[in-house]
Structure formats: C-alpha cells, structure tokens
Write a protein of this length. Structure first.
Length: 401
C-alpha cells in the first residue's frame, strides 16, 4: 500500500511535536488578520495542542457572516492574496488559491485510488460554490485528468463519461447512480470504477449498489469554509482526519470538549496561513474513535456525520437553514408558517415544504421556494393549525443506519 505522503503514518509523538511547533506560529500569524481581533484578549502562550486550544473562543458561521458584512469579502479572516472568491448560501464568501492541494483533497482522492492515468468526472458545481474547484485542485495534486462536468444535463454526462473513458467520479453520493442508470437506458458502457463523494450522506444501501457494479465508493467530510477535514480509506472504518486540520469534539453550543468517544459538535482549526480559521464550529455532530485505521494511516478518526447540532440540514448537497425558511415566509403575508421535511426515496434525497396559512394552490410557491432555498421541492398546503408548534423548522426524517 502506498500513502499520499509520510505525514499520514507519523507516530502520535511526531504529530504532536509538529503541532507544538506550527500551532503557535499560526496563532501569531492569525493575530495579524483583523478578523481575529478577539484573540488578543486571550493568553496565547503555551497553546500547542488541541487540548490547550480550548482556552480560545469558538468561531461560529453566524459570526463569520457578520464579519463579512463589516469587512467584505472575507471578514478580515483572510490575507489579501487569493485567486478565487466563492459564494455559498447565506450568502457567505470563501477565498481560494490555485496552489498545490490548497483544500487538501489530494489525500482523499489518493486514498480512494484515484491518481495518474485516471479521468475524473467532476460533478460538483463550478458555479459560485467552491466544491467543483476544490475537487479539481485535488485531482491535479494526484495527477488525474478532469472532465469538468458540473451539475445537471444527465444525458450529456453519461455520453461524455462513455466517450472520454471516465474512470473516476467526484460528486454527491446519489448523482452517480442517476448517471449510471441513464447510461443503461442509452445502451452505454461506462468504465467508472472509483467514486469520491461528499456533500451528503453515503447510505450503506447505496454504497452496496455501487459495489455490486464494481465501483469502490469512498466519502469525505468537508465544508466550503474549511476544505477537506476527514476521509475514508480502503479500511472503511471511520473517517481519518486530514493532516492539515486540528479537530475538537465539544458539547454543542459551547467550546467545552466532551470525553473522548462521546458525540459532540465538530470544531476545526485549519493549519492554513492563507485562511486560518481558529476553532470554527461546523454545526455537525460526530465522535472520535479509539485506535487507528487498519490501513496504516495513524491520525485520529471520527465516526463521520452524525447529525446537526442545530437545525441546519444538508439536502442534495446543499445546506438548508431555518433563516432561509423565515425569508420565504416573510415574502408571503398569507403564509403564517412553513416546515421543511427531508426524506429519502429511491436512494435520493427528497425535500417537502409544508405551508400553513390562508393560501391557495401549492404550485404558486414553487418558484419562490426554489429561489429562497436554492432547491426545488415538493410543496404541500396544510390547514391552519396543522403544523406542530414544537419549534422545528427543518425536520430530517432520514436514517443513517
């Protein structure tokens, strides 16, 4: 077995020694950026580990949004040098660089078996959001060629995969199935044998569906703000932390670490001087796993995505936030309440929006929902008083067993 680099197999002592050297330097550099002004109120001496990071405040996505309005485009958390400016729902903006493996996806793609000689059909969006560019940057790092397919136009995607001889896929977990089924309808044979997926849950039944077709499917845990955080290997026992991040698991809504192995909110510190986010709260739940991966990679592992610490929910690879639902309701005076319900059907995410109020036909709201939530949805009009008054705006009915 080959590894991406020697960092993946370091001893715990070697990794700790490297962190003790680079973390203080990163914090000193972070203080030069105005977005990190709050850190000046804290004693940064002897912060050389994840445990000592707990003395510092948590940075939440909402705070990042406020800071970006005051200091556009990146809130003072990034230096002046960048080649990309991306926009995610919110809106929130993220910087990007063209330098080698800037988002750290090369390590994940290598663990998936993608490298020199492969052609990767990159089905992540290249429009405004960063995922398409993130995976392309990682593919270049491992020497793979890229078909920049983006999203949609499934018939053209299937034809291109056949004509170009695509061997790898990058995209959301369920869209590859759509492409494969379309290729079957068209009588096309595809050569895809490796899939690197993210942006949504990889359900066991779907992974098996791919395996039955000879496709090894691996998943990563990544965000638009942070890049790649953790990834699966051939061992498929949890997700291995990337060497360019420091992860903490804390009690949701706080910065207090939970006992090792317990479920809590994921905080990530990026060891990237271009964009050093310190104790960034992802809003995702996970837990550390005991031991190290049988594949030989020695870094800590997490159990993967185990839900949200808040009601923000990822559906079809896009985050849906309660704030977006509130914007939709505010647009329509006749709508008193709305509730988003996420479920699964035929191995794909389904989004239903239930609307309560003195309203007429459901289809009248289709365009407004698509514009505000950035996804099309099934819309149901319900009688006034039908929706439970339990504070739930986004209900996730999917199971991850």
């Amino acid at each position: 077995m080959t590894f991406y680099d020697d960092l993946e197999t370091r001893s715990a002592d070697a990794r700790a020694a490297s962190l003790a050297e680079c973390l203080p330097a990163l914090l000193v550099h972070a203080l030069t950026l105005p977005g990190n002004a709050a850190l000046t109120d804290f004693d940064l001496t002897n912060i050389t580990s994840a445990e000592s990071l707990a003395r510092l405040p948590v940075l939440r996505k909402s705070e990042l949004g406020v800071a970006q309005k005051l200091r556009p485009p990146f809130g003072g958390f990034s230096g002046p040098d960048f080649e990309y400016a991306f926009q995610s729902p919110g809106p929130l903006y993220e910087p990007g660089r063209t330098s080698h493996d800037w988002w750290r996806f090369g390590r994940f793609l290598h663990a998936t078996g993608i490298g020199v000689g492969d052609i990767v059909q990159n089905c992540f969006s290249y429009h405004l959001t960063p995922a398409g560019t993130m995976f392309e940057n990682g593919a270049r790092a491992v020497g793979a060629a890229v078909l920049p397919a983006g999203t949609g136009q499934t018939e053209l995607q299937a034809q291109a995969a056949h004509d170009v001889g695509v061997t790898g896929y990058a995209g959301t977990p369920d869209y590859l199935k759509v492409i494969l089924e379309k290729a079957d309808e068209m009588g096309l044979t595809l050569a895809i044998s490796k899939a690197a997926v993210g942006g949504g849950a990889l359900f066991p039944s779907l992974r098996q569906w791919y395996l039955d077709r000879g496709i090894a499917c691996r998943q990563c845990y990544a965000t638009a703000d942070l890049g790649n955080v953790a990834y699966e290997s051939t061992a498929m026992e949890g997700l291995i932390l990337d060497e360019g991040v420091l992860v903490e698991i804390v009690t949701p809504g706080t910065g207090n670490p939970v006992p090792f192995g317990e479920v809590g909110e994921v905080l990530v510190t990026t060891l990237n001087p271009d964009y050093p986010l310190i104790r960034f709260a992802t809003g995702d739940l996970s837990a550390f796993m005991e031991g190290s991966s049988p594949c030989g990679r020695s870094n800590l592992r997490i159990k993967g995505w185990m839900g949200r610490a808040d009601q923000t929910t990822k559906i079809k690879g896009m985050f849906i936030r309660p704030e977006q639902v509130a914007v939709f309701v505010a647009k329509h005076p006749e709508v008193t309440r709305a509730r988003v319900i996420a479920s699964r059907a035929a191995e794909s995410d389904v989004m239903v929006v239930k609307i309560e109020g003195d309203v007429g036909r459901a289809d009248v709201y289709a365009a407004s929902i698509a514009e505000t939530l950035k996804l099309r949805a099934q819309i149901e009009v319900v009688a006034i008083g039908t929706l439970p008054k339990d504070g739930v705006i986004i209900e996730d009915q999917r199971t991850y067993d």
